[in-house]
Design a protein around this ligand. Sequence first.
Ligand code: ATP
Ligand code: MG
Length: 403
Amino acid sequence: GIPEPENRVDFYPHQFSGGQRQRVMIAMAIALKPDILIADEPTTALDVSVQAQILDLLRDLQRETGMALIMITHDLEVAASMADRIIVMNGGKVVETGIAKDVFSNPQHAYTRRLISALPHGNAAEAPNKRSTTIAGEILLKVEHLTKHYVLASGAFTSKRTFKAVDDINFEVRRGETLGIVGESGSGKSSVARMLLGLNEPSAGKAVFAGENIFEMNGKRLMAFRRKVQMVFQDPYGSMNPRMRVYSIISEPWVIHRDILPKNRWKTRVAELLELVGLLPEHAGRYPHQFSGGQRQRIAIARALASEPELIVCDEAVSALDVSIQAQVIDLLADLRTRLSLSYIFITHDLPIVRHFADRIMVMKDGRIVEEGQTSALFGAPRHEYTQSLLQAVPRPKWLTQA
Ligand SMILES: Nc1ncnc2c1ncn2[C@@H]1O[C@H](COP(=O)(O)OP(=O)(O)OP(=O)(O)O)[C@@H](O)[C@H]1O
Ligand SMILES: [Mg+2]
């Protein structure tokens, strides 16, 4: 499902979007025609439509080759749609095992029950949510004509070609507001985030934050901006120095911005932040590789909070977490939003989560905004065809779809 495959076989991994990288990995694994395929969160970074495509592919392969599949996932809907049998793990132990249908319809263990009840999904559409109640704040960020072209082939004989990853988009974020950005894999979501954080140069356009164009800032202004706007990445492992302990990772902003916190308070504050994201104070002494993916994601959130930002850009920040922790982290983010008037740009392929958390939603496709609106209006009556198809692509339990 990757566009322009002929041109892209020569790409380096960083030239793919997060979801595209994932699909390259799956293609590599499948090419070997294995007897058993162990897939560890294979569709976590993918939007629902691509996810459905991959899951179909895996199912077809199974039918044709009789391949066994061990599917490790925190996504209960994916598990339900793929598995014949389910094993539920918690704290390193198997707490429940059984036929998928039985486990879902009649969970025995308290943890399983908690997982199933924490599902933000289902028909309870306009059920209680974590959106802000009032968004009357001033405009914090105003993005105008933001554009990103990547240069593709530029070999000796091939002419230079460009690819429009982000194509002239406009939007704004108010103080205390959460803007959700959804869209299929490769639609340009991470590219927008990376430009706003100054990690990628825009090809055109501007982004005004608190009255100043981000792309023209330098020196002191840029330092101040870097403190006020934080990002939680899709792949937190790539953004953490593997040789730094968690303590140093979280306290790094205080080294750079001396006025945030006096040094004698660092230790307590690191412990507080770890507890805030559901980890333990003693985790401060460990290295990033000693954590699970979801735990690393929470460390990244703790670090983002350490610099006391005004805007946090979350790129698939909770996608790798299991639903009960997801709910916990969303609650935490929502609580901070109210207490500190934080704003969020919340990028995700998980529609139930943005529905629960975002005040306003922007739908991207091929680098453009195809639809935008208040969350309840957008989910209630999606206008664009692509938005409608996204809403319909949620996986269904295997036991309901099998003859
Ligand atoms: N450095 C690069 N060089 C060339 N193309 C790139 C580069 N980085 C990203 N792209 C392309 O730009 C497009 C948008 O990528 P982006 O990472 O913004 O997508 P995304 O919406 O975040 O997708 P996902 O949901 O999979 O994370 C993709 O087609 C990607 O392959
Ligand atoms: Mg991305």
